[in-house]
Design a protein around this ligand. Structure first.
Ligand code: KIV
Length: 279
């Protein structure tokens, strides 16, 4: 079994220039596969809402849904460093709610840390969580929970003012106590600058190669989610057509009576009808 990483391990990896690999996971079966492939960190992202639960955005996702899926990920990958994503409404209402909900990820789901979206406005919450013993990852740039306020799912930090603000937010989050920051959908040069300016690892998604680590939604990496594919996503295989073909083959064989064949059936008494006294 994989040896579970710790918060200091990620800081050591940054210092050593060792890239950190992060992928999303929402269930035990996939978590086990990702852990077997030695991914450094599993994120139970609130992307769960769009990728698995069929919502149009991440906003409707509830704490109970996140706990349900995070618990499954922990059961599937006991040796993985697992991060629970704080869903919309679970931390914006105050530090008390944030600590209660962050604590649920650790106590009920067995997570190692939580992630939350936002810059300066969440710094007090981050500090309260960390003081409460809950390790936190920040998330700036494109923050899907507030995508409507940002003008949609688009690249952030392209103009000087917002780039400056983002560097300030990254510094403030580090000061507040995060042990890593997700940078989503920003120009690669800004990703490089933020990664150089702060002491904690940056985990990029659409933020260029200079980040200290990378995260992707696993269903995107595997080509399983066909509804919407962001341009920064690289699909390393295309499972959606493979799954559809396999299912079509199965249906065809069931309908034609060629499945199950002898190989996939159990043999018993050849004269069972007679033994049962049926003519
Ligand atoms: O919810 C999620 O999956 C995320 C990652 C894409 C960073 O926040």
């Amino acid at each position: 079994m994989q040896k579970r990483k710790t918060v200091p391990d990620f800081l050591t990896m940054k210092k050593a220039g060792e890239k950190i690999t992060v992928l999303t996971a929402y269930d035990a079966a996939m978590a086990a596969l990702l852990a077997a492939a030695e991914v450094d960190m599993l994120l139970v992202g609130d992307s769960l809402g769009m990728v698995v639960l069929g919502y149009d955005s991440t906003v409707p996702v509830t704490m109970d849904e996140m706990i349900h899926h995070a618990s499954a990920v922990r059961r599937g990958a006991p040796g993985a460093f697992v991060v629970g994503d704080m869903p919309f409404g679970s931390y914006q209402t105050g530090t008390r709610d944030a600590i209660i909900n962050g604590g649920r990820f650790l106590k009920e789901a067995g997570c190692d840390a939580v992630k939350l979206e936002g810059g300066l406005e969440v710094c007090d919450t981050v500090t309260a969580l960390v003081r409460g013993g809950i390790s936190v990852i920040g998330h700036i740039g494109l923050t899907p929970q507030t995508a409507i306020q940002l003008g949609g799912y688009k690249v952030q930090g392209r103009d000087l003012e917002s780039a400056k603000r983002m560097v300030a937010e990254a510094r403030a989050l580090e000061k507040a106590g995060v042990f890593a920051i997700v940078l989503e959908c920003i120009p690669d040069e800004l990703g490089r600058i933020i990664s150089e300016e702060i002491g904690v690892p940056t985990i990029g998604i659409g933020a260029g190669v200079h980040c200290d680590g990378q995260v992707l939604v696993t269903h995107d990496l595997l080509g399983m989610f066909e509804k919407f594919i962001p341009s920064f996503v690289k699909s390393y295989c295309k499972l959606a057509p493979t799954i559809k073909e396999a299912v079509a083959d199965y249906s065809r064989e069931v309908r034609s009576g060629s499945f199950p064949d002898k190989e996939h059936s159990f043999s018993g008494e050849s004269n069972l009808r007679e033994l049962l006294g049926l003519s």
